[in-house]
Design a protein around this ligand. Structure first.
Ligand code: TMP
Length: 211
């Protein structure tokens, strides 16, 4: 059986990522593609328990490296129990955040650095890489105000402005370093405009025309 296609969505706070994940999944399903939607941190029972440790509580509750390790522990559970079996069964997997978030948030945002995150990545994820990564990009101030208007700010949304500036730079660096895998999507437009850009990227990169 051919392995399923693995698509990840990435971006800072308030980029509209979760809405766009749902819209893409619907469009793929309408084309008859069997698709599983999942998220990080989370997506498997143990990983969801780790998520609660990461998104709640004081902004400074974790040492940055401990935090990166927790994200990778959650990712390992998610891969083993959810992502890898689905891909092996030929299903497409659309994931709301994956490893680029650890590079951007912990590697750049918290200053753990590219080298350490890459080493963790090699140990935990190995060679598996998304077939396509859509990085939703929006100026930090706009994203934070969108996220705040949604209410119920999580631990990361409460981190300072400079942290968010660093992680935005992180995502843009990742896209520059891995242009075959990543597409930066301008997320400042309307939901419909952003969706059209995403469907265009899926068509260009994966050769799949979605309605
Ligand atoms: P969400 O709000 O997109 O569901 O993600 C939860 C938070 O976790 C979000 O603020 C980004 C953060 N995060 C990291 O800091 N590192 C990671 O590796 C992942 C997957 C998420």
């Amino acid at each position: 059986m051919t392995r399923g296609v693995f698509i990840t969505f990435e971006g800072g706070e308030g980029s509209g990522k979760s809405t766009q994940v749902q819209l893409l999944v619907r469009a793929l399903a309408a084309r008859g593609i069997e698709v599983m939607v999942t998220r990080e941190p989370g997506g498997a029972p143990g990983a969801e328990q780790i998520r609660a440790l990461l998104v709640n509580g004081e902004t400074g509750r974790w040492d940055p490296l401990s935090e990166a390790l927790l994200h990778y522990a959650a990712r390992r559970e998610h891969l083993r129990h959810t992502i890898l079996p689905a891909l092996a069964g030929g299903r497409w997997v659309v994931c709301d955040r994956f490893a680029d978030s650890t590079m951007a948030y912990q590697g750049y945002g918290h200053g753990v650095g590219r080298k350490v995150i890459s080493a963790l990545h090699a140990a935990v994820v190995g060679d598996l890489a998304p077939d396509l990564t859509l990085i939703l990009d929006i100026p930090v101030a706009d994203g934070l105000s969108r996220a705040a208007s949604r209410g119920g700010e999580d631990r990361y949304e409460r981190m300072d402005r400079k942290f968010h500036d660093r992680l935005r730079k992180g995502f843009l660096d990742i896209a520059r370093l891995e242009p075959r895998r990543c597409v930066v999507i301008d997320a400042t437009g309307t939901i419909e405009q952003v969706q059209a850009t995403i469907l265009g990227a899926v068509h260009d990169r994966l050769g799949v025309a979605v309605p």
